[in-house]
Design a binder for this molecule. Structure first.
Ligand code: 13P
Length: 253
């Protein structure tokens, strides 16, 4: 189902006490929101998931994980399985983030396995796609995103695909302070929706949630979210401060 979503990806930030503090602040600030239309998801590091779940009891935000193992279970030291996440009532998990593709050498095939494992456990993948700067400069951004979707998502049957949230995150915009312009975001989101329509149907394309990520902040969120095909954001740096994150959530209505 197409939803308005603002999700915070904390990446590898915060201590336990800092996490507790910011989650409490987020709860307070979000409860003051006039427009409660948008769903808010917080994706802290694994070790703070239980804390986040405990603090989500007031219903102001949902909790997601940042990563999952591509394997089901067994002798994979340090890994966390989709079944473990499900057993903690986690309903969302990021997959295919460009930092995991780059620093941890995740391939489209590995990401496909992660997506499949999450869906087997009834967890909605927040699937990240997006091109590097050199690819945009070479006008390859559409084909790069198309390949990422084809290789890791488009094998899914329609009923499973409909549980996926897509996040378009151009790599050159992540953590750089240079966000995609609202026009660039809208253009790519519309293209992604077109690809979904070709592969599945117009109805499914219209029902898919597509988020924008990359230097999205309180100042530019409204302009980005005002586009017809942008359903919200996946926020990195600006999700670490409760005030900024709550302001971004309020920009989505
Ligand atoms: P920034 O908002 O810090 O650019 O990060 C975006 C991101 O990678 C979210 O997953």
């Amino acid at each position: 189902m197409r939803e308005k979503i603002v999700a915070g990806n904390w990446k590898m930030n915060k201590t336990f006490l800092e996490a507790e503090e910011v989650l409490s602040e987020i709860t307070d600030l979000l409860s003051e929101r006039e427009d409660q239309d948008a769903k808010v998801i917080v994706c802290p590091p694994f070790v703070f998931l239980e804390l986040a779940i405990d603090l989500s009891y007031e219903g102001q935000f949902d909790v997601g994980a940042q990563n999952v193992s591509e394997y089901e279970k067994g002798a994979y030291t340090g890994e966390v399985s989709a079944e473990m996440l499900r057993s903690m009532d986690i309903s969302y998990c990021i997959a295919g983030h460009s930092e995991r593709r780059k620093y941890f050498h995740e391939t489209d095939e590995m990401i496909k396995n992660k997506v499949d494992g999450l869906l087997r456990n009834n967890i909605s993948p927040i699937f990240c796609c997006g091109e590097a700067l050199s690819e945009r400069e070479a006008s390859k951004h559409f084909s790069v995103v198309k390949t990422q979707l084809k290789k890791s998502l488009f094998h899914l049957p329609a009923d499973e695909f409909q549980k996926v949230i897509i996040a378009y995150e151009p790599v050159w915009a992540i953590g750089t302070g240079v966000n995609a312009t609202p026009e660039q975001a809208q253009e790519m989101h519309a293209y992604i929706r077109e690809l979904i329509e070709q592969k599945y149907s117009k109805e499914i394309a219209g029902n898919t949630t597509i988020l924008y990520g990359g230097s999205c902040n309180a100042a530019n969120a409204h302009a980005l979210f005002s586009n017809p095909d942008v359903d919200g954001g996946l926020i990195g740096g600006a999700s670490l401060k409760a005030k900024d994150f709550a302001a971004i959530a309020s920009a989505l209505h």
